[in-house]
Design a protein around this ligand. Structure first.
Ligand code: F6R
Length: 615
């Protein structure tokens, strides 16, 4: 949601801004705009619709192209996605331009106050009030940083603001409160962005601002203060991927590319964390062995796909470490006033590290005295910075809105943590840990086999492109796989899809089964879980008897499902807790194929944003 870029340096400002905005497109947006300083004026262009519309307009009527500038992709909240509501917004009689990510909750009061004082608003946004306030403060202080400092004290809600002013050429000022902002350090140039992808093409050197900080960049300097003006030195880091990792690289879609990157995502997440026979998670810092020994309960908080990875993690962590684990949707967690104390570990899982619901859950956990661990894919993101410890997944940048490889890496991160905790608590023998470790090492290769063998899904998807409803069934760790298969399908193909636990069928969902209803069934290996296997085969028989068409995701050696399945998608044998990593991928591919068969934009499904930065 909303992407923010700021630049000051020697390159073509408009090009740098457009490049940054195109890298942030994945976050989801419905209008875009840029502003650059032009002598003693601000030159502005903003358009409803995709970035291509803005580009087109800039090609026909270029803006001046030097000095400082700001660019924005907007995901509409206050007012529709029109040219007028697009950012930047102007203040100080057109000499100041400002962009904003987040929501200014007291904007109505601010707007009323400004209108009463003669200001005329051109948009329905909450942002324009901030632009006017910073413009007025600039007139009083003559300095953009001082003006920003004055105004942030008046704003409620969450926000990242960037502003330029014609009377301060070469300067961009940013401020953030409960919303991300990163600085990119170049040679003779500086960048600001809502995440590193906004500028990683130009520099890998970055720092993430903490909450309630203001940054002022010029070509040669980047200074950071708190909201009171006290100087601060943000912690810098190097981005560990280059911008080509976020290119489509010849694939038809980012999603197709990212599905294909599953084996690498797993291998990278495992790298450096496996020892000969165990797991090394020294990176957990303050959550050391002594701290982990005091934990008697774990709550996993996450949203959407990340929460389904959490359900897989629950089974593994609880089984291996014997610590009770629950999984909460992050947006339900804090509102149910959960019982938490210093013996509770709250693990947040987030690809972006910016999901507002998850961030608020972490803040709530901290306020209640719980310990916090973030499993996150994005360096420098807010949630890991809010948490006591972080286990980064190394899936690489995920651009498609629908999460695929990040899900795999999230599961792997939790498996590693589960083994580590089991070792700390002495609940698993060294041999048992070594067995899982050996199997984890095999997993990238096994997943490559899965990817190589899914060509039948193309045909199946074409055959099913008019289908109106698909059901998914699983048990144990196959249950979250069923939920994930259903979410992916509804998200990108707009087909009604539901995931169920097999045991729940007779308690209601079986009423949905009518002749021809397609049901994907996630089948555990009979060699791993004979009892569960026979139960799910019974479920298959029950729905088959009522005319359902069964597509089973089953282990390669499983002959028992053959008589009952209309189609079997084969996956190699692995250990029970690792099965989801192999089983989920055919479901991701199926969703991708079906959405493609329907001619839909698989990377940017309607109404969705990659990074959900509002509650
Ligand atoms: C579904 C999907 C979403 C995200 C959810 C959490 O494909 O991508 O359900 O998993 O919005 O996002 P993160 O992991 O960034 O917190």
């Amino acid at each position: 949601m909303c992407g923010i870029v700021g630049y000051t340096g020697q390159l073509s400002t408009v090009e740098v801004l457009l490049e940054g905005l195109s890298r942030l497109e994945y976050r989801g947006y419905d209008s875009a705009g840029v502003a650059v300083l032009d002598g003693d004026e601000v030159a502005l262009r903003k358009k409803g619709g995709k970035l291509a519309v803005l580009r087109d307009s800039l090609e026909h009527a270029p803006l001046p192209d030097e000095g400082a500038g700001i660019g924005h992709t907007r995901w509409a909240t206050h007012g529709g996605p029109t040219d007028e509501n697009a950012h930047p917004h102007l203040g100080d009689e057109g000499k100041l331009a400002l962009i904003h990510n987040g929501i200014i909750e007291n904007f109505a009061a601010l707007r009323a106050e400004l209108e009463a004082d003669g200001e005329v608003f051109l948009s329905e946004t909450d942002t324009e009030a901030a632009a006017m306030l910073v413009g007025r403060a600039f007139r009083e202080t003559g300095d953009l940083t001082a003006a920003m400092q004055r105004v942030v004290a008046r704003l409620e809600g969450q926000f990242t603001l960037l502003a330029v002013h014609a009377d301060q050429p070469g300067v961009v000022v940013g401020a953030c409160h409960n919303s991300p902002l990163l600085v990119g350090y170049g040679d003779g140039e500086h960048f600001l962005g809502s995440d590193v992808s906004a500028f990683v093409k130009f520099t890998p050197r970055a720092a993430a601002l903490d909450n309630d900080q203001i940054v002022t960049i010029t070509a040669t300097d980047a200074t950071v203060t708190d909201f009171q003006g006290n100087p601060l030195e943000p912690q810098r880091f190097e981005v560990d991927w280059d911008s080509s990792a976020a290119d489509k690289g010849g694939w038809s879609s980012f999603m197709a590319k990212e599905v294909s990157e599953g084996p690498v995502a797993i291998a990278n997440t495992l790298r450096g964390r496996l020892t000969d026979r165990g797991v090394d998670l020294g990176e957990l810092g303050v959550l050391d062995d002594a701290a982990l020994s005091t934990i008697n309960r774990i709550v996993i908080v996450a949203c959407g796909t990340a929460s389904y990875s959490g359900l897989v993690g629950k089974y593994a962590i609880e089984t291996w470490s014997r610590v009770p684990v629950e999984v909460d949707l992050a947006h339900e967690f804090r509102y149910r006033d959960p019982v938490l104390d210093e013996h509770t570990l709250v693990i947040s899982i987030s690809q972006s590290g910016e999901t507002m619901d998850t961030k608020m859950a972490v803040q709530h956990a901290k306020a209640q005295g719980a310990r916090t661990l973030s499993i996150c894919n994005t360096q420098g993101a807010t949630i890991p910075r809010e948490s006591e410890a972080v286990l980064y997944t190394h899936a690489g940048p995920e651009v498609a809105v629908a999460s695929t490889k990040a899900f795999l890496a999230q599961v792997i991160g939790q498996l590693l943590f589960g083994l580590h905790l089991a070792k700390v608590r002495g609940t698993m023998s060294d041999d048992a840990i070594a067995e899982v470790v050996a199997e984890l090492e095999e997993l990238p290769e096994k997943l490559s086999q899965v990817l190589a063998e899914q060509e039948t899904l193309h045909e199946l998807a074409h055959w099913m492109s008019d289908t109106r409803s698909v059901l998914f069934l699983g048990r144990h760790v196959g249950y979250p796989v069923a939920l994930e298969g259903a979410l992916k399908l509804k998200e990108i193909s707009y087909i009604h899809a539901e995931g169920f636990a097999g045991g729940e069928l007779k308690h209601g969902p079986i009423a949905l089964i009518e002749p021809g209803q397609v049901v994907f069934v996630v089948v555990p290996s009979p060699r791993n879980e004979p009892l569960l296997h026979s139960k799910i085969v019974s479920n298959i028989q029950e729905i088959r008897a009522r005319g359902a068409r069964i597509i089973a995701v089953a282990e390669a050696g499983d002959a028992a499902v053959l008589p009952y399945a209309d189609q079997v998608l084969r996956v190699p044998l692995t250990l029970p807790m690792l099965e989801p990593v192999l089983q989920v991928v055919p479901l991701h591919i199926f969703a991708l194929e079906l959405a493609t068969a329907k001619g839909l934009d698989v990377d940017q499904p309607r109404n969705l944003a990659k990074s959900v930065t509002v509650e």
